[in-house]
Design a protein around this ligand. Structure first.
Ligand SMILES: [Zn+2]
Length: 129
């Protein structure tokens, strides 16, 4: 064991006994200063962190609003197109689209569409007009 290690060992073992009350008070004051300094550093970092979070929140708010505006515009466009499809379907139902107008099979009376080549009821060959 080196002299330094020996001294360090003795010092750490007998540190309380070896120090006078004055020395203890001075060390305690120094340690308390270090603690206060560390707390100040911590406070400064927390303040900095708070500012970062605040700015991120402000930035995110604008970004979120922008996204909401975009998605809302798309949703409105979809709703408008769905209305258009509904209108077209209702128009079909009211006026009757020729391609979907049902007629009856002359042979068996089953409902047939103009697009059918054979009757679904009796299987007779249908002639397109
Ligand atoms: Zn038929």
């Amino acid at each position: 064991m080196s002299l330094f290690d020996s001294l360090k060992s003795k010092t750490s073992h007998g540190v309380s006994k070896a120090l006078s009350n004055t020395e203890k008070a001075l060390r305690k004051a120094e340690i308390n200063r270090q603690i206060a300094k560390s707390r100040d550093e911590l406070d400064a970092l927390c303040l900095q962190f708070g500012r970062i979070v605040h700015h991120a929140g402000v930035a995110a708010e604008a970004e979120v609003r922008s996204f909401l505006e975009s998605t809302h515009a798309i949703e409105v466009a979809i709703a408008e197109n769905l209305d258009k499809v509904k209108d077209l379907e209702e128009t079909n139902d009211r006026e009757g689209d020729e391609t979907f107008t049902k007629t009856l099979c002359a042979h068996c009376g089953a409902e047939i569409l103009p697009t059918q080549k054979f009757c679904g009821g009796c299987g007779v060959t249908l002639h397109s007009n």
